[in-house]
Design a protein around this ligand. Structure first.
Ligand code: ADP
Length: 488
């Protein structure tokens, strides 16, 4: 049989039956209140907002909207709890954090389903990445709680006090873990706010934290949108703000905290360079490109959203990439075959669609495989832009969606120059068989995280954070303890 025919048969046979994850075991209440001072409490002004399933537009539950009075209540509870929590031995604090980690593991399946329902990410990712990594983070920092003297030898680290933490919607539970675990291990108390489109797993986490028996007021979880976040940022009795989100809001927070005694760490946007050299293993690199940009619908601050391919292999890589994109399954986040789930919100879908228009208007050559979308919900096909250059907006600005801008290069110096020509500095990836080339680029690329022959790999033991407009401060690893301690 001719080769072409073979290919056709091969492609036609790659259809999958649906494999939906069961949701029978999931308990979601109609209404979720604030978690303040060890109790679930109604918001003082009695306001609630809807949380929506982005894959079908249906309402899942009512979520309490915390006013500045509620935030004040939460900060007061955290302040009251601080003395006792900070005075507890590291070993005792560690026990609570271990317990939280174990309870997440026990309820991992439930958490994974709710994360996909509320946020739109494929169940495969929430089940295999988000939830296990969140548990790992608590395990890892539980281990540090009684070993702080080894983390900071001869320096006598002390907690900062009450910490305000504001997190985004792309990795809801995981970001809560990144924030809470090091803060608690070092003896701080916390007021945490999840993003308004993805509050559910943080509220489920509140249930687990309650079950862990941690003293009341040590962790407070308040829900709401930007205004609630601003109330935390502007509260006069908060000692530190830890924020992960957009660069725009990060700049606002930096201004709001300037001239105060509040400490600040910011993990903001990115426009990661993914660099493919001609000596790379091409098939492996193509998988890496897909993972770098289409993982979590591209809602990833460290996504490899700028692809640089060495000219001699550009045609081959692009051809293989297009073929691979044709096989990606876009659809129901709860289907175990799904590669690309729903876009998190209508607002974000509009932003992405607007950037796609900008890319076309600026003269970029667009490629999208044919996709059959469900009739309801927020969907975006995986998208490539060819024929773009450094000055294109889609090359410079963060899109936060499944949109990849492709450029080519000839020499190492050229690609270093191009990769660093961005206001951001969060991540990069380098694909080559030569270890020395990887080491050379890790020295020259201005990015907080650089992956060699892989992309989007996360580990609790490894620090993560950015340069330039991607923010400052590190989360994860030994480095992640530092933003939560002071030395007297
Ligand atoms: P995006 O624009 O991608 O939705 P944001 O940076 O707006 O990302 O959101 C990240 C987090 O910051 C969310 O929890 C959001 O509610 C919160 N937030 C938004 N505006 C403000 C603000 N002015 N002050 C504090 N937090 C805010």
């Amino acid at each position: 049989m001719a080769k072409n025919n073979n290919n056709n048969i091969f492609k036609a046979s790659w259809t999958y039956d649906e494999a939906p994850e069961s949701i029978d075991h999931i308990q979601i209440k109609e209404q979720y209140d604030l978690y303040i001072d060890g109790k679930f409490t109604k918001p003082i002004k009695g306001k609630y907002f809807d949380t929506i399933n982005p894959s079908n537009g249906e309402k899942i539950a009512n979520i309490a909207e915390a006013s500045s009075e509620d935030v004040d209540k939460a900060v007061k509870a955290a302040r009251k709890a601080f003395k006792g929590w900070a005075a507890l031995s590291g070993k005792e604090r560690g026990k609570y954090i271990f317990r939280i980690a174990r309870l997440i593991q026990e309820r991992a399946r439930e958490f994974a389903v709710i994360e996909s329902l509320d946020g739109g990410k494929p169940i495969r990712e929430s089940r295999d990445i988000d939830i296990p990594l969140a548990a790992n983070h608590f395990f890892y920092y539980a281990g540090w709680a009684d070993k702080l003297e080894y983390a900071f030898p001869n320096r006598d680290p002390k907690p900062l006090g009450v910490v305000g933490q504001i997190i985004p919607w792309n990795f809801p539970l995981l970001m809560a873990a990144w924030k809470l675990a090091p803060a608690l291990a070092t003896g701080n108390t916390v007021v945490l706010k999840p993003a308004e489109t993805t509050s559910l797993t943080a509220l489920k986490l509140a249930e687990i934290i309650h079950e862990s028996g941690i003293p009341k007021g040590v962790v407070n979880i308040v829900t709401g949108a930007g205004e609630t976040g601003a109330s935390i940022v502007n509260h006069s009795d908060v000692n530190k703000i830890a924020f992960t989100g957009s660069t725009g809001v990060g700049k606002y927070i930096q201004k709001a905290t300037a001239g105060t005694n509040k400490k600040l760490t910011l993990e903001l946007g990115g426009k990661g360079a993914n660099i493919i050299f001609e000596d790379a293993s091409i098939d492996q690199a193509v998988e890496g490109i897909v993972n770098a940009i289409f993982f979590n619908q591209g809602h990833v601050c460290c996504a490899g959203s700028r692809l640089f391919i060495q000219e001699s292999v550009a045609d081959l890589v692009i051809e293989k990439l297009k073929r691979r994109m044709e096989t990606l399954i876009v659809g129901n986040p709860l289907d175990k075959n799904t590669d690309i789930g729903a876009i998190n919100s209508k607002k974000q879908l509009k932003t992405i669609e607007n950037y796609i228009k900008i890319g076309i208007n600026e003269g970029g050559e667009i490629y999208q495989p044919e996709c059959k979308f469900p009739t309801q919900g927020n969907w975006c096909a995986p998208t490539l832009f060819l024929n773009v250059s450094q000055s294109h907006r889609i090359v410079q600005e963060e899109i936060f969606g499944p949109v990849l801008a492709v450029q080519t290069f000839r020499t190492i110096d050229e690609v270093i120059e191009k990769a660093n020509n961005t206001p951001y500095g969060l991540s990069a990836g380098v694909w080559t068989e030569k270890g020395s080339k990887i080491f050379h680029l890790t020295q020259k690329l201005n990015a907080g995280v650089i992956w060699g022959n892989t992309f989007n790999k996360f580990d609790a033991t490894s620090p993560f954070g950015g340069y330039k407009e991607s923010g400052f401060g590190r989360e994860g690893g030994l480095h992640g303890l530092k933003p939560y301690v002071k030395f007297e």
